[in-house]
Structure formats: C-alpha cells, structure tokens
Write a protein that binds this ligand. Structure first.
Ligand SMILES: [Zn+2]
Ligand SMILES: [Zn+2]
Length: 105
C-alpha cells in the first residue's frame, strides 16, 4: 500500500496504466513490477503428442500379422472389460498402419 505524496490519499493501482493513481488529485506513480500484475509465462514450445500416441510408445510389441496390411508387428495391451471374472480382452495395433483389432483370449 502506498499513499499519495501530495494529499495522502491511498493510491489505487491501475492495471491498464501500470501505475498507481491517486483518486483524489490524480497523482500518478509508475510501478515497474507491481505485485498484482503477473506476466504470463512465455509459451513453451513443446511438440504436443497425443495421449494415445504417448501411451502407445510405452506399449510392448509382438509378432502378429496385421489383418489389414499384413505387417508382422503390432503393439498390444490388455483391457479388462466389464467384470474381473471375465478374461481381459487383448488389443493389437499395427505398428505400420495403425489398425486396431481385438482378440479374445
Ligand atoms: Zn493525491
Ligand atoms: Zn497394418
């Protein structure tokens, strides 16, 4: 908090002017780094990878023939469907064409 050196009135911070202004006499005081003014951090340039893609990167690969393109390698993961009693469904995703299919074990 700062008071006007001229009339002693509490100075009001004006965001658009980036300075303290006296509402009574109009005194203005420049504020270099006001606490209430937080500069947005510079946008980080990160190549955004889709969640699906990120997840796939960690997936193991297996030798299986893609039913669509015939490629011999695919990612695989298990998905527990409905209840625990049921055996999980195994999914495959072709490394080359991205075709996804499932196989009931
Ligand atoms: Zn004043
Ligand atoms: Zn394929």
């Amino acid at each position: 908090m700062k008071f006007c050196p001229k009339c002693g009135t509490l100075l009001v911070f004006k965001k658009e002017k980036r300075c303290l202004v006296c509402p009574r006499c109009g005194w203005e005081e420049k504020v270099e780094k006001p606490i209430s003014y937080v500069k947005a951090p510079a946008e980080e340039k990160i190549v955004v990878i889709g969640k699906e893609e990120q997840r796939l990167r960690t997936l193991p690969q297996t030798k299986i023939t893609c039913p669509k393109c015939g490629y011999g390698k695919a990612y695989w993961w298990m998905v527990q469907t409905r209840s625990i009693d049921e055996s999980p469904t195994q999914f495959y995703r072709c490394v080359r064409c991205g075709y996804t299919w499932r196989e009931y074990s």
